[in-house]
Design a protein around this ligand. Sequence first.
Ligand code: PRX
Length: 653
Amino acid sequence: MADNIDNLLTETRRFPPAPEFTAQAVATTELVSSAADDRLAFWAEQSRSLLTWQKPFTEVLDWSNPPFAKWFADGRLNVAYNCLDRHVEQGNGERVALHWEGEPGDTRSFTYSELTAEVKKAANVLLSLGVREGDRVVIYLPMIPEAVISMLAVARIGAVHSVVFGGFSAESLRARIDDASATLVITADGGWRKGSVSALKPAVDEALEVSEHGTTTVAKVLVVQRGHNEVEWQADRDVWWHEAMAGAAEEHVAEAFEAEHPLFILYTSGTTGKPKGILHTSGGYLTGASYSHRNVFDLHPETDVYWSTADIGWITGHTYVVYGPLANGATQVIYEGTPDSPEPGRWWDLIEKYRVTLFYAAPTAIRGFMKAGREIPNRRDLSSLRLVGSVGEPINPEAWIWYRDVIGHGDVPVVDTWWQTETGSIMISALPGLTTLKPGSAQVPLPGIAVDVVDDQGAPVGNGEGGLLVITEPWPSMLRGIWGDPDRYIETYWSKFGRTVYFAGDGARKDEDGDIWLLGRVDDVMNVSGHRLSTAEIESALVSHPIVAEAAVVGAADETTGQRVVAFVILRTSQVDTMSTEDAVAALRGHVQHEIGAIAKPHTIFLVQELPKTRSGKIMRRLLRDVAEGRDIGDTTTLADTSVMQIIHAQVG
Ligand code: PRX
């Protein structure tokens, strides 16, 4: 982090908005000033103008019992209706909603009329399978149109989806199904990844078999045929999507639900071993999604073609693939596969093919492309692009400049957007057309969002100083809780500085202008390729292997992926001589993949005999990070045994 800060402190390049862009920009100075004048009136106005409420709300915010917020509580709406039917009713049914591209090159497009028709049928399928309002449905799918259709169908009937990223293992899937007590799982036989079909259904079969209490709450599994790979079939439980859809009734009238009706649960890693089920509700979430998508991406729905490369398994896929763009009636591209399959220019081919105008991706991918060289994008026509965005981790100034120069032909605004699963929508970003851009800084809170940087006591730091990032006023798309665990909700986010200040877990700095520069997590959460991973979760996966006595995991800086997972493991004495180092390391990497998923697999595992601990027994990860990053070891005076670090150094050296 130290190098990173030095870089940021010396970054002085500035890019004022182009007057032509400003002239047509969605975000205006009036927007900014109206939010500053009266925040709640501003949000009420945004919600009324962006969404269609079946029963208009009269209350804006109920914050009488912080941190449990209610937004627009006496209003009623249907989220799927807002993303679909109303666009058709308003005469935009023939506009393309989705241009989908499969990895092997097969394509499907859906207009808003067609997507609405599919979602209505899927809603009827869910009802026929016994899903009712409030029930939880786990979605474990590749990036295929059925992923979007499933989410909207679940929302349409007032059920609650919990999407699990297809890269998570059967074990992770099981834990999420159990925690949410889901009654239905929607999956596929398989999906395309890196040139071949990767099976998904076996993980569902395994997850349901080994449920914690020997039983499972899941009654039915709905299976989309995508990979055409062989799958096992349980006739009383498994249902083919295409067969169910073929027999489904076509009409479905969307019922209105309360604004605070739960919309989805999305599990994310925290500082403990157990992922947290972040709960989002309907009216406030959709307001935040629609508002931020329109203003940050400067969306002109009649003419723009938008593409976010995020998977629906992450919050970006929820807010900026499904809910924000569709609520706004946008035309978008979705792509099933990996960026470099079948060859390294695939993303740029898609931009050229669909004439993408607004593009949203993660810094890791950008840095990966930087490494591969500008010749690859230079061979494509990227002239359609008029804005590019970044999300998921800090974007270093060099990657920012490359993104603007090579992808954005040197003249598009780059929006670096800071937010989290918990915040539901973008909190900090430049406003295109208004903000003078600074490479490496997320810059300013969106109008209506109150962000600050504070010291350990909660006092705001001055300009030019660093501290902890907080959000000081509730916002419509804020999380409403952690599924089944209100105490953990309070404890994690609302106890460090009192019940009304949201603690984000990120370090940040205000520059001379008061703009915000994100500096990475201040807790034991890692960010690997923009994916959030918990050190504790990987440690507990490691120690669940019989050869392991103790384990400590750290995130070490990595040029491309931001951080990488490095583990320090003490083997049980009985194992030390029976297994070669290579075999032990391979077994442990495989074990983490089995327990959590490939994304959590340690990049490096060091077998050691000791771990650095304080006198109270806490592992000093800071010192291990020094080792993992090849730095001189910092202050060891609080260690119980100060010689430990020399021993570790000698062992990993
Ligand atoms: O550390 C911040 C980092 O990602 C964390 C949130 O992760 P997740 O809930 O998975 O959501 C990722 C997509 C919104 C944050 O606590 N992060 C996200 N965006 C940025 C970022 N760090 C720096 N700059 C960003 N633009």
